[in-house]
Design a protein around this ligand. Sequence first.
Ligand SMILES: [Zn+2]
Ligand SMILES: [Zn+2]
Length: 134
Amino acid sequence: MADQVQGRCLCGAVTFETDAVPTAQILCYCSDCQSVSGGPAYAAYLVPLANVALLSGEVSAFTVTAESGRQNTRKFCTQCGSRVWAEIPELSMASVSGFALPRGHFRPEGLHRAGNAPDWCVLDERLPAFPPEA
Ligand SMILES: [Zn+2]
Ligand SMILES: [Zn+2]
């Protein structure tokens, strides 16, 4: 079994475990992520869907159809409302909130939908577009 990292919501009721090394980790500037995160981008820590395990607490879920047409089910703590991860079954991926993980663990490697960033947002020019062809 690969190394694991544990995450939690703001209140601590929800704890979970996932891969210590993600498939990818990116900043997503899509409109849905802005609405959910309350900021210009969401810290998306992508892992295989099967590799997120709830350890404690209770999560609720809200499903939307993204601009891509894919279903995206966002999971959040029923106590404090923190978004902990999202599930994208069509890609067999989960998008864990990078800031539900221990501070310093999330290190963005790419920018998704950077063209949707607000004009006051300073984008990190060291980071390539993700996926590369987008
Ligand atoms: Zn909570
Ligand atoms: Zn997004």
